[in-house]
Design a binder for this molecule. Structure first.
Ligand code: GDP
Length: 137
C-alpha cells in the first residue's frame, strides 16, 4: 500500500468542488487516510514549494497558494502516487486528457486545481509537512 499527498488548491476550493474531487479519488480505488482544510501562510507555501524557489513563477505560485484555503489529504492505495497523478492530468489544464481533474476543474497552469506528490520520496516528506502520525488512519 502506498500513500501520497493531495492538495485541492484555492481555485477548486473557491469553486466548491472539493466533494467532486474527493469523489474522483474514492471512485478510483484510493482511500482518504487523512484530510483537512488549511489556510497556508506565506512561510508555509514557500517551505512547501522550496524545490521550485529558483523557478521564475515561484512568487506567483506562492501568492496563488495563499489566496484562499486548501484541502490537503493523504490518499492510500495500490500505486497511489502514480494513480493520483493520472487522475490529476497534465500540469497545464489545456494539455490535460479528457476526464482528468485538471481538464474538468482547472482554468490555467497556475490555477490548476490540484497538487499531487511526484515521487514516493516526496510523498513521505509532504505528508509529514501537513500531518502528524495520529491524524493518518
Ligand atoms: P505538477 O507536479 O503537475 O503540479 O507541476 P510542477 O511540479 O512542474 O509545478 C508545480 C506547480 O507550479 C504547478 O502545479 C503549477 O501550479 C505551478 N506552475 C508550473 N509551471 C508554471 C508556470 O509556467 N507558470 C505559473 N504561474 N505556474 C506554474
Amino acid at each position: 500500500m502506498e500513500q501520497t499527498l493531495s492538495i485541492i488548491k484555492p481555485d477548486a476550493v473557491a469553486k466548491n468542488v472539493v466533494g467532486k474531487i474527493l469523489d474522483r479519488f474514492e471512485s478510483n480505488g484510493l482511500r482518504i487516510a487523512a484530510t483537512k482544510k488549511v489556510q497556508l501562510s506565506k512561510a508555509d507555501a514557500e517551505a512547501f514549494y522550496a524545490v521550485h524557489a529558483e523557478r521564475p513563477f515561484f512568487g506567483e505560485l506562492v501568492d496563488f497558494m495563499i489566496s484562499g484555503p486548501v484541502v490537503v489529504s493523504v490518499l492510500e492505495g495500490e500505486d497511489a502516487m502514480a494513480k493520483n497523478r493520472d487522475l490529476m492530468g497534465a500540469t497545464n489544464p489545456k494539455e490535460a486528457a479528457a476526464g482528468t481533474i485538471r481538464a474538468d476543474f482547472a482554468e490555467s497552469i497556475d490555477a490548476n486545481a490540484v497538487h499531487g506528490s511526484d515521487s514516493l520520496e516526496n510523498a513521505a516528506i509532504e505528508i509529514k509537512f501537513f500531518f502528524s502520525d495520529r491524524e493518518i488512519c
